[in-house]
Design a protein around this ligand. Structure first.
Ligand code: SF4
Ligand code: SF4
Length: 192
């Protein structure tokens, strides 16, 4: 059983940012941003060449389809979602999270930067070689929708199996990522 622990909003944001670093999100974001797909585009809190001026719990918790996919494959997505479900006041690009509140479970991600680095290389290749403009962003949205569906059917294995097949097809371009994932799984045999 988890015990309740008082935390500050800043502590939760710091935990989220250090977890994103362990995941290697920056590798993927770099490719995404350089191809014009940044999720911060048009946000009033974004300062040119400086970055986000209002880091909040909402944007720290939010995962795009690519980042969701890394956590889906490593079996850590539920852990991520459970952690952020405890954090009140999340909204779009802003939060109403109190300065202090209680949580029951903390967040600690495994080191998997090599996975994101591999996925970033796959995405860069796809962006360079695929003739359809915005191909990787269409893929990102499809990944996002399918993974959300997969998570929501956690009590319906037959439906989950169908969605799992879709995700497998969508991710079939990610050759370097799959190699890195296989190495990662060998290091952590408990992951299916
Ligand atoms: S959409 Fe995803 S990969 Fe792109 S900048 Fe945002 S978090 Fe990073
Ligand atoms: S508030 Fe969110 S969307 Fe806006 S710049 Fe910061 S991280 Fe990006």
């Amino acid at each position: 059983m988890h015990t309740r622990k008082k935390v500050s909003k800043q502590k939760v944001i710091d935990l989220g940012l250090s977890s994103l670093h362990e995941i290697g999100a920056d590798h993927i974001c770099k490719v995404c941003i350089s191809n014009g797909g940044s999720c911060c585009s048009g946000c009033r809190h974004l300062s040119n060449k400086v970055g986000c001026q209002l880091r909040n719990t909402s944007c720290t918790a939010w995962l795009c389809g690519f980042l969701k996919y890394v956590l889906y494959e490593t079996g850590l997505l539920q852990k991520w979602n459970d952690f952020w479900d405890q954090v009140p006041g999340k909204d779009h690009r802003v939060d109403y999270t109190p300065e202090f509140f209680f949580i029951q479970q903390s967040l600690r991600m495994d080191y998997m930067r090599e996975l994101s680095e591999a996925l970033a290389s796959d995405l860069q290749d796809l962006a360079r070689t695929h003739i359809t403009v915005g191909f990787i962003f269409t893929l990102r949205e499809k990944m996002d929708q399918n993974i959300d569906k997969f998570m929501s059917y956690n009590k319906e294995p037959a439906k989950q199996a169908n969605i799992k097949r879709n995700i497998k097809i969508l991710s079939s371009h990610f050759h370097r990522f799959h190699e890195a994932l296989s190495d990662y799984r060998q290091r952590l045999p408990s992951i299916k």
